[in-house]
Design a binder for this molecule. Structure first.
Ligand SMILES: Nc1ncnc2c1ncn2[C@@H]1O[C@H](COP(=O)(O)OP(=O)(O)OP(=O)(O)O)[C@@H](O)[C@H]1O
Ligand SMILES: O=P(O)(O)OC[C@@]1(O)O[C@H](CO)[C@@H](O)[C@@H]1O
Length: 315
């Protein structure tokens, strides 16, 4: 079982328009609402593939009720932690070529007791979990060491911990040495303070983090797929998204595929192939849609266990 914790979940509203023009009134051509937040998406992606998962989420306000309803509709098992503030609403503006503009709210302020309750609810589930996954931004009131505390507190539970966040909370989590992290290229560049233009740069940056005690660094690279780096492996995998519609949540689906595969005992390279298949499939879905088994069928993934490291990103 995979337990996710999303300290700052959201209602994701996706609005499709022909072209985004600053300062003008736009009439949407289509729209949809999804339950959102990075850990929530990991749990949704697992549920859509019939894999066992529990999503731990702070729930408050009318938006909180809606989030619970949407999670139930998606068949996501959840552990709700009641909070006073309302769950945020995030907006994605999608243009026909797949260009995605996101407006993310900061989220409600959580008080000390609510933060403690969120951590307790997650650790409560740790005993039966293979992975605990902490994902996304932290709302106001949640200290930057939230994920670091999770890594430390989960250490004796037998569950491995994966973290996907950014900025100070990700940096602090890395200090606590989680088993796996999933930065994208920008987040990795920020973590190591270097420009990343080739696969070699990505590999070197990821290896710095492996040297610092992280077991697996899985870097999502958008159209360039993903690079997995561990003490034993450097694996690159990529696939072509024939009709990119929305990249929102693709990284979360990729992480879900990776963790699910590692749980079922696949090798690093086989697990990365699954991860890229799930991520690429998500790009072809509107809004924060997560792929079903059928959506994965026609995606050919190329996996390279000795990748050409001179490959330039974005080409
Ligand atoms: N344009 C694309 N073409 C093909 N595959 C893509 C494309 N964009 C994303 N992917 C796939 O989805 C995975 C995750 O995408 P990306 O690197 O954008 O994650 P991310 O920045 O963490 O996204 P998010 O935070 O929105 O979930 C990639 O590793 C890749 O496999
Ligand atoms: O504001 P954060 O927590 O960094 O990101 C939140 C978010 O953009 O991430 C998901 C996609 O990965 C969306 O469902 C959600 O709206």
């Amino acid at each position: 079982m995979i337990v996710t914790v999303t300290p700052n979940p959201s209602i994701d509203r996706a609005v499709m328009i022909d072209v985004l023009r600053r300062g003008e009134v736009h009439r949407s051509t289509a729209n949809r609402v999804d339950p959102g937040g990075k850990g929530v998406n990991v749990s949704r992606a697992l549920a859509a593939q019939g894999a066992e998962s529990v999503a731990v989420v702070p729930i408050g306000g009318p938006e909180g009720h809606l989030l619970e309803e949407l999670l139930d509709t998606d068949g996501v098992t959840r552990r709700s932690v009641p909070v006073l503030g309302a769950v945020r609403m995030n907006i994605s503006i999608l243009e026909p070529d797949g260009t995605t503009t996101k407006l993310n709210e900061p989220g409600p302020t959580l008080d000390e007791n609510e933060v403690a309750a969120l951590l307790d609810a997650t650790l409560d589930l740790a005993a039966g979990a293979e992975w605990i996954v902490g994902c996304g931004s932290l709302p106001p009131g949640v200290p930057a060491d939230f994920y670091a505390s999770l890594v430390v507190a989960a250490r004796d539970s037998g569950a491995r911990v994966a973290i996907d966040s950014s900025g100070p909370s990700m940096a602090a989590a890395i200090g606590a040495r989680p088993h796996l992290i999933k930065p994208n290229a920008e987040e990795l560049a920020e973590l190591v303070g270097a420009d990343l233009t080739t696969l070699q740069d990505v590999r070197d940056a990821a290896m710095t983090l492996v040297d610092a005690g992280i077991g697996i660094v899985a870097v999502s690279l958008g159209q360039d797929g993903a690079l997995l780096v561990s003490r034993e492996d450097t694996v690159h995998a990529h696939a072509t998204a024939s009709t990119p519609v929305s990249t929102v949540g693709a990284g979360d689906c990729m992480l879900a595929g990776l963790l699910h595969s590692l749980t079922t005992g696949l090798s690093a390279s086989a697990a990365l192939a699954v991860a890229v298949r799930w991520g690429t499939a998500a790009v072809a879905l509107p809004g924060s849609g997560v792929p079903t088994p059928e959506d994965l069928r026609d995606i050919d993934v190329t996996v390279d266990t000795s990748p050409s490291l001179t490959y330039r990103l974005g080409h």
